[in-house]
Design a protein around this ligand. Structure first.
Ligand code: B1M
Length: 209
């Protein structure tokens, strides 16, 4: 089995340390971080996602796999993030209220950092009021919001409304993303930008500032 196929399988089994070791091995073999992500880490999570949908695995297995995946991306962080890059701007990043999914958000963070942004990560399940407070405190050029559930995507609109109510909407560009999000939805709620993937989010952020 190839090292990437092995990574995909071990993510599904939640073997965090083995995943980290194999990511290091893959990097040593000269495989690029993007390929390790797409054909190893995310492939594994994608396959597990199908089994999750079919009720073949349940929340605990998916959580353990998520931890393994995050350890894999952490192992690649140094490769994905050029530490010498001068900060091109500040981004406040969050997964919106009611939503605990953080793998996509963490990838967005890595890509933004790789593009030279300083990222203030508020975590998951972040209420709109807390996001407005962070915008006021940190004065970022960009606010990046992630949502993975059809039941939480509306919370991205709530954040924009809260920024308007606080009189600070004009101070920050808002970009949104996540599996159920579309360009049309971004327009509908008045976001400034949308991307379907993490590297696109960094590109959109750059064009907005
Ligand atoms: Co959840 N979950 N989950 N889950 N989970 C999904 C999303 C689901 C599609 C599974 C399914 O049924 N097929 C489904 C949503 C259905 C829907 O709303 N339409 C679902 C459900 C229903 C649930 C629960 C309700 C299950 C339950 O309890 N009954 C529950 C909700 C909890 C909550 O949030 N309140 C739940 C819980 C969980 C876990 C906690 C077990 C775990 C999360 C662990 C964690 O994140 N630390 C989990 C996981 C892992 C998944 C799946 C399997 C994988 C998601 C993932 O991380 N994908 C997922 C099924 C699937 O997607 N195949 C599923 C990899 C990640 C890289 O992709 O986050 O989409 P993603 O990010 C992408 C893009 O979307 C984009 O960039 C990334 C790629 O480059 N992107 C952005 C993301 N944010 C962006 C922001 C941007 C731009 C791009 O700009 C700012």
């Amino acid at each position: 089995m190839s090292v990437l196929a092995n990574i995909a399988e071990l993510v599904q089994k939640g073997k965090a340390q083995e995943v980290a070791d194999l990511v290091t091995q893959a990097l040593d073999e000269g495989i690029g971080p993007q390929q390790i992500l797409d054909e190893g880490l995310l492939k594994g999570m994608g396959e597990l996602g199908v089994r999750f949908k079919n009720n073949e695995v349940f929340v605990p297995e998916v959580l353990i796999a998520a931890r393994a995946l995050n350890m894999g991306t952490e192992t690649m962080k140094a490769k994905l993030v050029d530490m010498d890059v001068k900060s091109v701007g500040k981004v406040v990043l969050a997964t919106v209220a009611g939503d605990l999914h953080d793998i996509g958000k963490n990838l967005v963070k890595l890509m933004l950092e790789g593009a030279g942004f300083e990222v203030i990560d508020l975590g998951t399940d972040v209420p709109a009021a807390k996001i407005v407070d962070a915008v006021n405190e940190h004065k970022p050029e960009v606010l990046a919001l992630s949502a993975l559930l059809t039941t939480t995507m509306a919370a991205q609109g709530d954040v924009i409304k809260a920024l308007e109510d606080a009189g600070v909407r004009g101070n920050v560009k808002v970009i949104i993303g996540g599996a159920p999000i579309t360009e049309a939805f971004a327009k509908e709620i008045g976001a400034d930008g949308y991307s379907e993937d993490a590297s696109g989010a960094a590109e959109v952020a750059k064009t907005l500032i």
